[in-house]
Design a protein around this ligand. Sequence first.
Ligand code: AMP
Length: 149
Amino acid sequence: MQKDAAVYDQNNIFARILRGELPSHKVYEDADTVAFMDIMPQSDGHVLVLPREPAAELFELSEGAAAAAIRTTQRIARAVRHAFAPDGVSIGQFNGAAAGQTVPHVHFHIVPRYADRALRGHASEPQQPDVLREHAERIQAALRELGLA
Ligand code: AMP
């Protein structure tokens, strides 16, 4: 049986960041999407990409917003790879608490993977703000160098 659509909570933490009520270490934004550093990164360079459209899960997102989100995800992943030179890059998106989703606004995780380093836990270890700022600046510089800014 199909589940009902998740109700969108207008006060979830990402909705508040999108409205500018809470700060973030932003790396990119356009009319349809925003990308910022994950404050509890599983590895150095972990970025989140959000469509601006309010939707808790991928299932409720319009096709246009989904297309914009994956386009920005590809763009930011290219910049993350350029800036951090990881051995690989995982891209993930969780729907529902049972799948590991902790913030109910659709987002894509871009997680650089380093062969010699284990991932930190999901949403478990806050990073220092000055480290996040420096990582955001590296990704912004990479976007400029790649002509993607
Ligand atoms: P998910 O579990 O897929 O919903 O992922 C939510 C992600 O958001 C986790 O990786 C958290 O570390 C991250 N996170 C939570 N609060 C914030 C915040 N205020 N700014 C940036 N990232 C956040």
